[in-house]
Design a protein around this ligand. Structure first.
Ligand code: HEM
Length: 457
């Protein structure tokens, strides 16, 4: 038994929010994430979130709760038991003690993700979770900066980026619709192989189920749609080409269902797609960071897989500023003791990452783009900056994500000048916005020497 699980002797009880404060948490922290779509982002809601500053309001609300109630966690008097984690060190503690007593398979997540990945490790419990987790780590080479298939992955990313932004002549504009199409082609080639490149139907089938998953247990399961998607997924996984991620799935015990993990991968690659234009926008607005990034991109053989530490740091910093999982949920599977309070099994712990990431745990100037804070092997996750989560439930795809995103940036930056032409231009002159809608970002792309892009200004 860990010290935290030992019944305490008279220390401080957990604070309990008053009704008005609990309502604030519901309105400013929980509701915006639900409205924006936790599993498939709703475009209009994301635009409203940026325009109306929902994230800034949420961060401010949590900051005020912490100064009123102390470090918490703050018990919320909702119908079901819930606690908001306020202090970064408590966030680390909760994530470190995953999956027991803090299971990632919370009720909301199980209901939501079962729409398209009934056997995903994230919504599994007990021994089978361990084996599903292992299968993910094996196939994704977790902990290795360069996946065993890196040679092919880098080639695929560079080919698709080259098609998106061809070399000949200036390109007028880069916006989400074409970036999205290009990214999904990349993802399908990376996950299954070249033959899956144009399989838009698979992505559309998944999108329909993800839209249903946004409603969690409020939406009944679409069994027929799910069966069609899973059959399609299984067929693609069975035909996975050598060097693809699905081809790296290891054999496993009956019941583990290795190919059943791939639905999560496809869904999670969407978060990478959202991060690419955000990182590009940050680099476009920060000349010194752009200089370093471009220098790194042009420093070696572009085709050879490289670690690209500065570009990786840029991607991590983007994810710190605009985490793609704003709510990390954990549900206690046994009673745990916190302070003088026993928190019963079935309590949901809520980690609100936009606040944790800008609370000062990441160092000075949390509202600024400082990729350097991630350099030198610093793992800010130990301080509560957790875009990829932390502990035994940490994202097993982290290294693949960073490899692909850094490679994509290294492919598009050299020889081009990107300028943000849409409303919000994240730059160094003031605090960065708490929300940035990736779907609204537009760029003019100039190729110095090739003349200005038509209409690009
Ligand atoms: C920007 C991209 C990504 C980010 C920021 C990210 C972040 C995260 C986070 C925060 C979690 C924990 C979720 C929770 O506890 O509820 C997670 C879990 C997971 N991620 Fe990612 N992820 C990304 C992309 C990917 C990709 C591309 C893959 C696979 C190729 C992947 C595979 C997984 C898996 C399998 C889990 C579940 C782990 C478990 O059950 O312990 N992720 N990710």
């Amino acid at each position: 038994m860990r010290p935290e699980d030992t019944p305490p002797t008279g220390d401080r009880a957990l604070p309990r929010a008053g009704a008005a404060d609990a309502l604030r948490v519901a309105a400013y922290v929980l509701l915006p994430s639900v409205v924006c779509g936790p599993v498939l982002r709703r475009r209009r809601a994301m635009a409203a979130a940026e325009r109306l500053g929902w994230d800034r309001t949420g961060i401010g609300a949590v900051r005020r709760l912490r100064s009123r109630y102390g470090d918490g966690p703050l018990l919320l008097p909702f119908g079901r038991r819930a606690a908001l984690v306020l202090a970064p060190r408590d966030a680390v503690d909760v994530l470190d003690r995953t999956p027991d007593p803090f299971s990632p398979a919370s009720r909301e997540k199980r209901a939501a993700l079962a729409q398209f990945q009934p056997h995903g490790s994230l919504i599994s419990r007990g021994a089978v979770r361990e084996d599903r987790r292992r299968v993910n780590e094996d196939a994704l080479d977790s902990g290795q900066p360069l996946h065993r298939g890196a040679g092919r992955l880098v080639r695929v990313v560079r080919e698709e980026a080259g098609e998106l932004l061809p070399d000949g002549g200036p390109v007028a504009e880069l916006a989400w619709p074409e970036l999205e199409k290009s990214w999904w082609r990349t993802v399908r080639r990376v996950v299954f192989g070249d033959a899956a490149r144009d399989d838009d139907l698979l992505t559309e089938r998944l999108a329909r189920l993800r839209a249903a998953a946004n409603w969690s247990y409020l939406m009944p399961q679409h069994r027929l749609r799910r069966a069609r998607f899973l059959a399609h997924l299984r067929e693609r996984t069975a035909g996975a080409e050598p060097g693809s991620l699905a081809a790296a799935l290891p054999p496993a015990a009956p019941g583990t269902d290795p190919w059943g993990q791939v639905g999560h991968w496809l869904f999670a690659f969407d978060a990478v797609g959202m991060t690419l234009p955000r990182t590009l926008a940050l680099l476009a607005g920060h000349p010194e960071a752009l200089r370093r990034a471009t220098e790194e991109a042009t420093a070696g053989d572009p085709v050879r897989p490289r670690e690209l530490p500065y570009l990786r740091a840029c991607v991590r910093e983007t994810l710190r500023l605009w985490p793609t999982t704003p709510l990390l949920l954990r549900e206690t599977v046994t009673a745990t003791h916190r302070g003088a309070t026993t928190v019963p099994a079935g309590t949901t712990f809520v980690l609100y990452t936009p606040y944790l990431h800008r609370s000062g745990a990441a160092g000075a100037e949390p509202d600024r783009f400082v990729p350097e804070r991630w350099l030198g092997g610093r793992d800010l996750a130990r301080l509560g900056v957790v875009p990829f989560s932390a502990g035994p439930g940490r994202c097993p795809g982290e290294d693949v994500v960073l490899l692909l995103a850094a490679t994509w940036l290294a492919a598009v930056l050299p020889g081009r000048m990107f300028r943000v032409t849409s409303r919000t231009r994240p730059g160094p002159d003031g605090p960065l916005p708490a929300g940035l809608d990736p779907f609204a970002l537009r760029f003019s792309v100039l190729r110095p020497g090739a003349g200005p892009a038509p209409g690009g200004g």
